[in-house]
Design a protein around this ligand. Structure first.
Ligand SMILES: Nc1nc2c(ncn2[C@@H]2O[C@H](COP(=O)(O)OP(=O)(O)OP(=O)(O)O)[C@@H](O)[C@H]2O)c(=O)[nH]1
Ligand SMILES: [Mg+2]
Length: 240
């Protein structure tokens, strides 16, 4: 067989690229259809929200045993990350506030996207786990207060309440707090969130945890309690 003239070769190359592009586009549509199908099946969602770098992803990873991306610097999770379990969905939200290498405008976008996401899915978001950095929470909120601004964590907490979403506060990184200072700190945190009384008596759904080492029992217990009230004991099995 005679070889095709050299000038024809690039044509074949273009054809191959076009075929590959078509194949990729088809694959993308298939993946999107699969995601849509999974999404349509969801009736019960729990979201993990909070400032960046407080340990949202680490907590979710430890709770479920699934592979969730975590990192040392703020701004690791930039889009909602979904963990599907049939009709149950757990979503790792991006963190708001300071993020390294991210402009102020972009971080404002992230915040707006979080609010939109919550509004859009309010009918299926039954519980929010609001994670705070236990050891630095008081100092950070006082700094906002001194500038006469509403601390962003409190703004989020009120917003979730307005949306009718049950919110559990997970005070993370408690390994950085001395044992004999833990109760005082937790009392102060519930007071800042507007509750009366000590953290144990205030009625606030608050769970001191250490996501890194997997000491998250108080959070699991609150979650199970809420699931039970909603007649969804079947969801317990998704926790490690
Ligand atoms: N000391 C301590 N560090 C923790 C704990 N939990 C998480 N971290 C660390 O906090 C850093 C941030 O963890 P991530 O889970 O990525 O935080 P995130 O809230 O998902 O961050 P963004 O996705 O950027 O919003 C990592 O270096 C974790 O190892 C904890 O309980 N104690
Ligand atoms: Mg994250």
């Amino acid at each position: 067989m005679t070889k095709p003239p050299v000038s024809q070769k690039p044509k074949h190359g273009i054809q191959r690229k076009q075929n590959l592009a078509k194949l990729k586009a088809r694959e993308k549509v298939k993946t999107m259809e699969k995601i849509e199908k999974k999404n349509d099946a969801v009736t019960f969602e729990v979201i993990f929200v909070g400032r960046s770098n407080v340990g949202k992803s680490t907590l979710l990873k430890n709770l479920t045993g699934r592979n969730v991306r975590t990192g040392k610097r703020p701004g690791v999770t930039l889009k909602p990350t979904h963990l599907y379990f049939d009709d149950f969905l757990m979503t790792d939200m991006p963190g708001f506030g300071f993020m390294s290498g991210v402009t102020k405008e972009k971080s404002e976008d992230v915040k707006n996207n979080i609010v939109h996401y919550i509004e859009e899915h309010a009918d299926r978001i039954r519980i929010a786990v609001q994670i705070i950095d236990g050891p630095s929470f008081v100092e950070i909120t006082e700094r906002w207060d001194s500038r006469d601004e509403i601390p962003i964590d409190l703004e989020l907490h009120d917003f979730l309440e307005e949306m009718g979403i049950i919110t559990i506060i997970a005070a993370n990184k408690m390994d950085r707090v001395k044992e004999d200072e833990k109760d005082d700190l937790l009392d102060k945190i519930v007071e800042i969130f507007g509750y009366d009384g000590t953290w144990k008596e205030s009625g606030a759904l608050i769970a001191p945890v250490c996501a890194r080492s997997g000491e998250i029992r108080p959070l699991v217990s609150h979650l199970k309690n809420e699931f039970h009230k909603m007649k969804r004991d079947d969801l317990f099995k998704h926790f490690k």
